[in-house]
Ligand binder design. Structure first.
Ligand SMILES: Nc1ncnc2c1ncn2[C@@H]1O[C@H](COP(=O)(O)OP(=O)(O)OP(=O)(O)O)[C@@H](O)[C@H]1O
Ligand SMILES: [Mg+2]
Length: 336
């Protein structure tokens, strides 16, 4: 049986963090607390989790940029600690905070430099750069002759993926490839990643906190929270976790703080199966209720909001999504 493309086995990583104004107080942050998952060959795998969940730390370990405190990881059978050089030959990496490009060189010159580092040269390098400019849409954005310092965020993100692809690696590891990009750029990158997996047989690991994105392109997903994988599977498998639940979204204005909203919803629902987003006194709350109970619950919530001076803008029953899986998993485990 061929091995999986990426294997992470019980990865642990702590950081010492300096806190306070003078950074004198030190505390230990457990970024990874036993992360295990497997990415099969040729699939697009999404590591999905909120800020601080441990996504970038995991990516850095798999890319040989950071050593784990404990645990093992393999890329195409190569140990990321003991065979780092071999691992680097088979992976293409793009980190969310990119450094290393030359500000005073053009897009073309930057790629040429990194291509030479990879041992490419002559016509082969020229052809590869042309191909990458084309598939990343960099050519039509004028990135070839523009200095990197004049690149837009979208162009920088695309060039970073182009660089990851220069040596045509079988495995791509991308940390938040669409972070901060406009919808058109995000779509372009998403479509490209699917194409690279389907047509070129590449294994693609991305991290994201965007459930919509992960649902769109990933064959399988690992949900990471507080340094642990709390669920793994295809989108269909994950959605089974919320079978029998109906998501309802409430949008309303209310002059109370988030803590108050939290206690109001947990009291009415009798659970923590909800997520609150707020902007000043505007709230968007997504709740999960058992099928058949939605009418009664909606009625009670609306009555409550109105009785305390709230103004309801919208109530909507939705289809279950990955967001609901996340709500269910983090509420029932208390997020641990
Ligand atoms: N070099 C570091 N020094 C101290 N703490 C760190 C360091 N790198 C990460 N951390 C901490 O480890 C935890 C996990 O961080 P990580 O960057 O892996 O999260 P993430 O899932 O990528 O989050 P985000 O969505 O914000 O990018 C966080 O609490 C973070 O503050
Ligand atoms: Mg990150």
């Amino acid at each position: 049986m061929p091995t999986d493309a990426i294997i992470a086995e019980d990865l642990w990583k702590s950081f010492i963090e300096a806190r306070g104004f003078f950074k004198r107080r030190k505390s230990i942050v457990e970024a990874l607390r036993g992360v295990s998952f497997r990415v099969r060959r040729r699939e697009v795998y999404g590591l999905l989790g909120p800020n601080g969940a441990g996504k970038s730390t995991t990516i850095k370990i798999l890319s040989t940029l950071l050593l784990p405190d404990k645990g093992k990881a393999f890329i195409l059978g190569h140990d990321v600690v003991k065979e780092a050089e071999k691992v680097r030959q088979v992976i293409g990496v793009s980190l969310s905070v990119e450094r290393g490009f030359f500000w005073k060189l053009t897009g073309y010159e930057n790629l040429k430099y990194f291509g030479l580092l990879h041992g490419l040269h002559g016509d082969a390098l020229e052809e590869r750069i042309n191909y990458l400019f084309k598939i990343l849409g960099l050519e039509e954005l004028g990135a070839r002759d523009k200095f990197y310092e004049d690149f837009s965020l979208g162009m920088k993100a695309r060039l970073s993926i182009a660089r990851a692809l220069l040596h045509d690696p079988p495995v791509l590891i991308l940390d938040e490839p669409t972070l901060g990009l406009d919808p058109a750029s995000s779509r372009h990158i998403r479509e490209l990643l699917v194409k690279l997996s389907r047509e070129e047989g590449k294994t693609v690991l991305i991290t994201s906190h965007n459930m919509f994105e992960v649902e769109l392109i990933c064959d399988r997903v690992g949900i990471i929270n507080k340094g642990r994988i709390i669920a793994e599977g295809s989108i269909m498998e994950l959605k089974k976790i919320v079978v029998g639940s109906v998501p309802v979204v409430f949008a309303f204005y209310l002059k109370h703080d988030k803590k108050f909203i939290d206690s109001l919803f947990s009291e009415i629902l009798g659970s923590n199966d909800f997520a609150v987003e707020s902007q000043e006194d505007y709230y968007r709350v997504r709740i999960l209720v058992n099928r058949g109970e939605e009418d009664d619950i909606i009625h009670r919530i609306l009555e409550k909001i109105r009785s305390i001076g709230g103004r309801v803008k919208e109530v909507r029953i939705e289809e279950p999504s990955l967001e609901d899986v996340f709500i269910k998993l983090t509420s029932s485990t208390g997020g641990a």
